[in-house]
Design a protein around this ligand. Structure first.
Ligand SMILES: C[S@@+](CC[C@H](N)C(=O)[O-])C[C@H]1O[C@@H](n2cnc3c(N)ncnc32)[C@H](O)[C@@H]1O
Length: 310
């Protein structure tokens, strides 16, 4: 792998240890990236084990072709298609699913991808460059109200309305096609500077989440993880911002509680619906040692749940 576009895997041991890899188990890495977690899972698997990895970014898939291992299958698909992919591969239930959400360092560091305001580049931001709308295409037509909602909800940006208004006014003059154009527009509107944060950070996050449907896809994959896991199988999920983490946390909590029975319904203790998962430990954050090596790990949170059932 080229050093320029390497990915420093976050919570590597913590996320893989949480899976309690069995040598002959079947595992899924839903976010292959550059394969940091996948490689460690493969090290822990025996000859009968199997790892299925997915990524929707063609460059991740190309990088993963370097792994020549009969136990390993790499698929260019979104993880929200997990159940379908497992069915197509003829794989039944699995022993573990790992998701390391968000963007990879190679995506952020390759200026041509348009994810970062650090470079002046075409405003693309698609993880899957094989299809779909680019950020520039979306910004050319989106209605001001929807744009403001996206920036407010996905960027948690206080100045969302002003930013949306300024983008819509600016695009009448000239199409917004580059990261620099977008970050310059946002900088005009964001009046309170957050220490250490570029004023465009929240808007770029919002547009990226929207373009890649990141929260919908997360909502979609979580129930599939539970359904595809064998009893005792584990899901190990790393989130990178509060919106993702809230979805993962609520989902795991609800799955651990089971269906609610109205208070007035008489029910024997043995008939109280059981949860489908049990929460494993507390959320895990990167250690000081990891943060010193990789500051991008500072917002990472790992949550783990185990499938219950006979
Ligand atoms: C943080 S990186 C994963 C890094 C990886 N764990 C490693 O150690 O190299 C996230 C990866 O997930 C991919 N990704 C994000 N959303 C996805 C989705 N819905 N389906 C498949 N891949 C997705 C991105 O393209 C990116 O390569």
């Amino acid at each position: 792998m080229s050093e320029a576009f390497a990915h420093a895997t976050v919570l590597l041991n913590e996320a893989v240890d949480a899976l309690q890899v069995k040598p002959d188990g079947i595992y899924v890495d839903g976010t292959f990236g550059r394969g940091g977690h996948s490689r460690l899972i493969l090290q822990k698997l025996g000859v009968q084990g199997r790892l299925i990895a997915l990524d929707k970014d063609p460059t991740a898939i190309a990088a993963g072709r370097a792994i020549e291992d009969v136990r390993f299958t790499l698929v260019h698909r979104g993880f929200e298609q997990l159940a379908q992919v497992l069915q197509e591969l003829g794989v039944g239930k699995v022993d573990g699913v790992l998701l390391d959400l968000g963007v990879s360092s190679p995506q952020l560091d390759d200026e041509q991808r348009g994810f970062s305001f650090r470079f002046d580049a075409p405003l693309d931001m698609r993880m899957d460059t094989s299809g779909g709308q680019t950020a520039a295409e979306w910004l050319a037509t989106v209605e001001e109200k929807e744009l403001a909602e996206v920036i407010r909800d996905y960027g948690e940006e206080r100045f969302a309305r002003q930013i949306a208004r300024t983008i819509v006014a600016a695009r009448q003059e000239r199409a917004i096609e580059t990261t620099k154009q977008l970050s310059d527009i946002v900088a005009q509107c964001v009046r309170t500077r957050e220490p250490g944060k570029n004023p465009a950070t929240r808007t770029f996050q919002a547009v990226r989440i929207y373009i890649n449907r990141e929260l919908e896809e997360l909502e979609n994959i979580l129930p599939q993880c539970v359904e595809q896991l064998k009893a005792g199988g584990r899901m190990s999920i790393i989130s990178f911002h509060s919106l993702e983490d809230r979805i993962v946390k609520r989902f795991m909590r609800d799955m651990a509680q089971g269906d609610k029975v109205p208070k007035f319904v008489p029910i024997r203790a043995a008939d109280v619906p059981q949860g489908k998962v049990r929460l494993v430990g507390k959320p895990i954050y990167a250690s000081e040692a990891e943060l010193a090596l990789n500051p991008r790990a500072r917002s990472a949170v790992l949550r783990v749940a185990e499938r219950l059932g006979g």
